[in-house]
Design a protein around this ligand. Structure first.
Ligand code: PHE
Length: 462
């Protein structure tokens, strides 16, 4: 169409894969995955998680990228182009809102990672011989509003700087530099972990399934984690897909993204648990695993000074390639739909997101007494976004493809760039259809019920 401005595209297929894998790989893999695995039974939990990734994660990821690539639009524009329906545009709009919300609190935690790079370099870990003293140090830091808001602001500026430079020169170039460094750092950390004396206990924990720990709750947690870790349900993958070329294969790229994301989560778990078990610490410390338990591991391990620096750089890079994808959802919306200029949009909406995030940052200090439905502000927005908005988004994306847009329209689009694959393995299409039509919506529906506590109520009724 003559009216449409030339839209940016990824420079190469590998550029897209690295950027999308960068979005997927984040705090969800390195911070959250190891601690939920620790809380919900090690290898048994991992197996359930892998099943969720395969039967929900991969098909929904393909679906999101497909909607993006078909329309070459942001989440709102994409649904508008395919349907003209206000309802579906609203679903897209929910993604943009989720972008604001997730970016605002996720960047606060990303700021901690950055702050800990400094702590590691300054050698502040060497006084910790027990998780309780490391925990006290952490609580001291996040209890200081200047520390927390300062690093939050710094991280937001880094994110804005990359998105400011555009899709190809900012996001793609940044991902191409950061992702290989991230892989290398993680390989070094895994090697350090598995060569520690006593590492075998950690490896065993990782590989030995304890089936008695599998419950309805752990299945639902595994599913929520699959969603969050693949950046699904809010249009981040849709937006990245909108910069993709018709020449590249969606199933192939999606498989690469899922494989990389899973590999990184497993490697992070391995690096962390070998250390935790080698020093007889507890694997079930919860969200504090990285900030309370790990500093103790670094204090005790040979070469811990260097490895602690590498670890927190790894965590910061992983978070940064995710925050840029969250900001890009917002920017793509204002650039496509409201004709904003990219640079101006980044300054304005990066700034607004920063302001939105301040109450999250202050939840750990001056606002710790302020409760919303029993949560502090940070936990409230985290819960709303990750457990409500993402599952609703993912549910409607699969319902949209299977029942509204229809496979009749979707399949010819999916075939583009994947002709040879479909010729050789037509079964890929059959599986995708079954998963998108039945498995994904039904299973996501149950995650959602669980998140809002309805499952408990239903259980009590019967
Ligand atoms: N996938 C990211 C992680 O694992 C989080 C994220 C969620 C990013 C949704 C973008 C969109 O940390």
């Amino acid at each position: 169409m003559a009216k449409e401005k030339a839209r940016e595209q990824w420079g190469s297929k590998i550029g897209f894969i690295l950027a999308a894998a960068g979005s997927a790989i984040g705090l969800g893999n390195i911070w959250k995955f190891p601690y939920v695995t620790g809380q919900y039974g090690g290898a048994a939990f991992i197996l359930v998680y892998l099943i969720c990734i395969a039967i929900i994660g991969l098909p929904v990821l393909m679906g999101e990228v497909l909607i993006g690539r078909t329309t070459h639009k942001n989440p709102v524009g994409a649904f508008a182009k395919l349907t003209k329906s206000k309802f579906w545009m609203g679903i897209g709009g929910m993604g943009v809102v989720a972008g604001f919300i997730i970016l605002s609190y996720y960047t606060v935690v990303a700021g901690w990672a950055l702050g800990y790079v400094y702590e590691a370099i300054a050698g502040n870990f060497y006084s910790f011989s027990a998780p309780s003293s490391a925990g006290a140090h952490f609580n001291n830091l996040i209890g200081n509003p200047f520390w927390i808001v300062g690093y939050f602001a710094l991280f937001m500026l880094l994110t804005m700087g990359i998105v400011f430079s555009g899709v190809r020169n900012g996001i793609e170039k940044g991902s191409k530099i950061m992702m290989p460094i991230l892989f290398l750092l993680l390989i070094i950390l895994v090697l350090r972990g598995v060569t520690l004396e006593g590492a075998a206990k950690g490896i065993k924990y990782f590989l030995h399934p304890d089936w008695s720990r599998i419950s309805a709750e752990s299945v639902l947690i595994a599913m929520g984690q699959a969603f969050f870790t693949l950046s699904l349900g809010m249009g981040a993958m849709l937006t990245y897909g909108s910069y993709m070329s018709e020449k590249d294969s969606i199933p192939g790229s999606a498989l690469s993204i899922v494989t990389l994301d899973t590999l990184i989560a497993l490697m992070a778990g391995l690096a962390i648990f070998t250390g935790v078990f080698a020093y007889n610490l507890k694997p079930d410390a919860g969200p504090g695993l990285i900030f309370h338990t790990l500093p103790v591991v670094f204090t005790r391990m040979p070469g811990g000074y260097i490895f602690s620096i590498l670890f927190f750089i790894l965590l910061s890079l992983a978070a940064l390639t995710s925050t840029i994808s969250l900001l890009e959802v917002i920017i793509a919306y204002f650039v496509d739909e409201k004709n904003w200029e990219r640079k101006k949009a980044v300054l304005v909406f990066g700034g607004i997101t920063f302001l939105l995030g301040i109450p999250s940052a202050l939840s750990f200090n001056v606002m710790s007494g302020v409760k919303f439905f029993g949560f502090n502000f940070f936990d409230f927005v985290d819960f709303t976004a990750a457990n409500i908005l993402l599952p609703i988004g993912g549910f409607f994306i699969s319902v949209f493809i299977a029942y509204y847009w229809g496979f009749k329209n979707a399949l010819p689009e999916l075939r583009k760039g994947a002709e040879r694959l479909f010729e050789k393995y037509p079964v890929v299409i059959t599986f995708w259809k079954i998963f998108i039509k039945y498995f994904a919506p039904v299973l996501i529906f149950f995650v959602f019920l669980n998140s809002v506590g309805l499952l408990k109520i239903i259980r009590e009724l019967f």
